[in-house]
Write a protein that binds this ligand. Structure first.
Ligand code: NAD
Length: 480
């Protein structure tokens, strides 16, 4: 039966747990307020194109208000609280996230298009884990190796992407607050809803007003925020292109900057690897979250002697993946997040074919409405092909081969990025040698896409600078 799809009855998660409002304001100084100029935009479900809600679009006046609210909260309350008190708020937020996990997971899948299996089992549990982890650090900063009495930076401007909307909120806000900073955060324009629900959670946790401010809007709002003179720290996750603009705009200012940008990770499979396990890792590496993952294993490097076996197993496995309704608990691959992202994935895939690589997808029925892309594998890819060099940020795998470990390292490192990499082999010594040679911030061995709040994450080269997670993640929010 290998490669056969079993028939499953639909198992949709109920939408009733989510209380969607027709419109949402901006969260400034502890209250939801209308944008000064009344501008709004709509957020849709990428799986159905249904309008979910209207949200405020913050302009320069709103950015001023939010930064001022964050500054007041910083000087009057938050930076004066002992770490143990800040920790209590973070623990409270973590527990509320756990209590409201189902609601958050459904809302995330509705607004983002990711399968409920992932939002329920990966995103939301990690959000809680991140707050628990940094709650634990809040009263231990003096002993964290940053010298005695490390000080917060002040007001942090945080801009995040749409691929892990609430998880990126947690990655940004938890360490910032633990260290005594206050924040103004802008979620991505296609996925604002869980950040707004998070604002309600801050109210529920009775977080002092102004410690967390959430401004919805698009690129202009993000630019006004990171360029605001009242901001002490900028933390950005998103495209390398925008990251470079932010680096230029903040150069020569007092602002501390951390950038988490794109990637083009190599997932290297040696012929001694446990092949079934490696195939699961390849699938998880590139088809998790529709491939909308900065550290996705988008370049598969297979040792030539294992090529036929790996490709055969991979294709059989891909034939079993279910693409469709994100709220169905059986779904493996959900909707592409936006029409723009779908257009980019289609364009780069067409370039791949035009440049001579062979394109393959399993047979799968895609829904009529919404944004969908079948899992796709390109073989016969050379290092010069654009699909081997550029981040596609979709469910598209480029397969290359190698003969020797040295060749694998050279090919893996032949990229302007350096965020992550994977190694599959039975030899421990080879894992250590490869980890030493690969120019990537994270190297996974016999696994892929594993995240833990205690583990630092971040890139080299055009993948950005600074680390998030663990003790390293505190450094980005402390004055040295
Ligand atoms: P993006 O960089 O345009 O957007 C990320 C965030 O930055 C969003 O909140 C956006 O509103 C904001 N933004 C846009 N222009 C800005 C500006 N000039 N100043 C400040 N903030 C600004 O990324 P995107 O449009 O969402 O995706 C484009 C590409 O970026 C993707 O195809 C992918 O390659 C990459 N990407 C990477 C990650 C990652 O985690 N590394 C996440 C999402 C997208």
């Amino acid at each position: 039966m290998a490669g056969t799809k079993f028939d499953y009855a639909p198992a949709p998660e109920s939408r009733a747990v989510v209380d969607l409002k027709p419109s949402y304001g901006l969260f400034i100084g502890g209250d939801f307020v209308e944008p000064a100029d009344g501008a709004t935009f709509k957020t849709i479900s990428p799986a159905s194109e249904e309008v979910l809600a209207e949200v405020g679009e913050a302009g320069p006046v709103d950015v001023d208000r939010a930064v001022a609210a964050a500054r007041r909260a910083y000087t009057r309350t938050w930076s004066k609280l002992p770490g143990s008190e800040r920790g209590k708020y973070l623990y409270r937020i973590a527990r509320i996230v756990q209590e409201r996990a189902r609601e958050l997971a459904v809302l995330e899948s509705l607004d983002n298009g990711k399968p409920i299996r992932e939002s329920r089992d990966v995103d939301i549990p990690l959000v809680a884990a991140w707050f628990f982890h940094y709650a634990g650090w809040a009263d231990k900063l003096d002993y964290a190796g940053f010298g005695p009495l490390p000080r917060p930076l002040g007001v942090a401007a945080q801009v995040i992407p749409w691929n892990f909307p609430l998880l990126m909120v947690a990655w940004k806000i938890a360490p910032a607050l633990a260290c005594g900073n206050t924040v103004v955060l802008k979620p991505a324009e296609t996925t604002p809803l869980t950040a707004l629900l998070f604002a309600e959670i801050c109210q529920q946790a009775e977080l002092p007003p102004g410690v967390v401010n959430i401004l919805t809007g698009a690129g202009d709002t993000g630019r006004a925020l990171v360029e605001h003179s009242g901001v002490d720290k900028v933390a950005f996750t998103g495209s390398t292109e925008v990251g470079k603009m932010i680096a230029r705009a903040t150069a020569g200012t007092r602002k501390n900057v951390t950038l988490e940008l794109g990637g083009k990770a190599a997932n290297v499979v040696f012929d001694d690897a446990p092949i079934d396990q490696a195939v699961e890792g390849i699938v998880n590496g590139i088809f998790f979250n529709q491939g909308h993952v900065c550290c996705a294993g988008s370049r598969l490097l297979v040792q030539e002697s294992a090529y036929d076996e790996v490709l055969g197993s991979l294709k059989r496995r891909l034939g079993t993946l279910r693409v469709g309704d994100p709220l169905d608990k059986n779904t493996d691959i959900g909707a592409i997040n936006s029409a723009e992202q779908l257009a980019r994935i289609r364009e780069l895939s067409e370039v791949g074919e035009a440049e001579g690589a062979q394109r393959w997808s399993p047979a799968c029925d895609l829904p009529d409405k919404g944004f969908w892309f079948a899992p796709t594998v390109f073989t016969g890819v050379s290092q010069a092909h654009r699909i081997a060099r550029e981040e596609i940020f979709g469910p598209v795998l480029s397969v290359l081969t190698f003969r020797t470990p040295q060749e694998a390292v050279e090919k893996a490192n032949n990229t302007p990025f350096g965020l992550s990499a994977g190694v599959w082999t039975e030899k421990g010594s080879r894992i250590l040698w490869m980890a030493d040679q690969l120019r990537a911030g994270v190297v996974w061995a016999n696994t892929f896409n594993r995240f833990d709040p205690a583990s630092p994450f971040g890139g080299y080269k055009e993948s950005g600078y600074g680390r998030e997670g663990g003790r390293h993640g505190l450094e980005a929010y402390l004055a040295r």
